[in-house]
Ligand binder design. Structure first.
Ligand code: CTP
Length: 389
């Protein structure tokens, strides 16, 4: 279910020191199931070797027209997506001006699909007014620029100019290979565990890693949604391309969700909210006694409240149940006024696979996948058909 799987990715590599990072990038694209062809500019070949890319991709590397005068046309027709990484400001500016003076820039002129540029440059060069203007021009034309990151560069200067992180570049490629099924939709996703403190250092919480919520956020972003994640405590890798707001307690989560509700098309409540909190939070660390009785009170049921308040927001909840999974989830669907609920048995916690039931008022579908990302893909796909039906 990785959008890269089976897709043809044309990678252009230009002549900057970050060209060595293109080797790992090509390796990752292959690892995720893409077929890759590489075009090197003549200057890039001084930094990285043709044989390296030919070995990694299993395809011939292209530098000029030596064998076929139609190479640029053939490559532009072959690619599902065209990524240039690293892209020097020279190549970026030539593309903005429509110049085709080598095989790479000429192939760009012939290419009609999604073009992604991942620039890397000295900060002064990247922010040169002419380059800035060219970047704006390209963005207006719908070309994706994966902005470089801040850091210490090979020229030993510090600033914005480091080639973007490899995973981030891959996410942009995945997005450009996915249909914009959620374009213009604002999606709010809650995830992770909340914590309810009894003193400054001790708390009640749960095992949630946030992986499911982060996976849902990635898939929504691939489908062109505007995604915001409200995350409690998580151990999973956070997605690179979505806005994340951190919260700690159920009360903070409630405040954030209610603030966003009227500005949200789809709300996915995946957070594992602690159901109880200590009645008192001690200001000083409790010292040891032979016995301690902790008085707890219920936290607000945010999903139920949102179910009462919502107007046009599509509402998706989760239910983890040890017994009578489907009936209990169906009861929650109704009581909390949800459009969809995902019911999971407790054994999915920490397991290598993921399974559950997707329940709406109309049907129940069982699913079993090898990962939470695959389940997330399935859930969001169903959600998009729900919207369009
Ligand atoms: N939820 C919430 N606020 C809470 C507890 C849960 O918004 N205080 C949301 C969760 O994000 C999830 C759904 O409610 O989407 C179901 O959570 P679950 O703990 O299974 O349900 P509860 O309503 O707490 O039911 P139970 O009595 O079975 O624990």
């Amino acid at each position: 279910m990785d959008p890269l799987k089976g897709k043809k990715v044309l990678v252009g590599v230009t002549g900057g020191i970050a060209a060595y990072k293109a080797v790992e990038l090509v390796r990752s694209l292959k690892k995720h199931g893409a077929e890759v062809k590489v075009i090197l500019t003549p200057f890039a070949e001084k930094f990285v070797n043709r044989l390296t890319f030919e070995t990694l991709t299993g395809n011939k590397v292209f530098i000029d027209w030596q064998e076929n005068p139609l190479t640029h046309i053939n490559l532009s027709r072959w690619a599902d997506v065209f990524l240039i990484a690293p892209c020097t400001v020279n190549t970026l500016s030539k593309i903005a001006s429509g110049i085709g003076d080598n095989l790479l820039t000429t192939t760009v002129l012939a290419y009609k699909g999604n073009l992604i540029l991942a620039p890397a440059a000295n900060p002064a060069m990247y922010n040169n007014p002419a380059v800035k203007e060219n970047r704006e021009k390209l963005k207006k034309r719908g070309i994706t620029i994966v902005e470089p990151e801040y850091g210490i560069l090979a020229c030993e200067e510090e600033g914005e100019g480091k080639l973007a992180n490899e995973e981030k570049i891959l996410e942009y490629v995945r997005k450009s290979l996915s249909a914009p099924l959620l374009k213009d939709k604002k999606v709010l996703i809650t995830c992770g565990a909340t914590r309810e403190y009894m003193d400054p250092v001790r708390f009640i919480s749960n095992e949630s890693s946030g992986e499911m919520g982060f996976s849902l956020a990635r898939v929504c972003w691939w489908f062109s949604a505007q995604v915001k994640v409200i995350a409690g405590f998580t151990t999973a890798q956070a997605p690179f391309c979505v806005e994340i707001v951190k919260i700690r307690s159920a009360q903070e989560l409630r405040a954030e969700v209610l603030k966003e509700l009227n500005n949200t098309d789809i709300l996915i409540m995946n957070a594992a909210v602690a159901d109880y909190k200590p009645v008192r939070r001690e200001s000083k660390k409790l010292s040891k006694k032979s016995k301690l009785t902790l008085e707890l009170e219920k936290t607000p049921d945010i999903l139920e409240e949102v179910g009462r308040l919502k107007k046009n927001t599509l509402l998706i909840g989760f239910a983890l149940e040890s017994e009578d999974l489907i009936n209990r989830a169906k009861e929650k669907l109704k009581r909390k006024n949800l459009d969809m609920i995902i019911a999971n048995p407790p054994e999915v916690m920490g397991a290598k696979y993921h399974k559950g039931f997707l329940i709406t008022s109309e049907k129940i579908e069982e699913f079993v996948f090898g990962s939470k990302l695959e389940s997330a893909f399935f859930i969001i796909k169903r959600l998009t058909s729900f919207i369009s039906s």
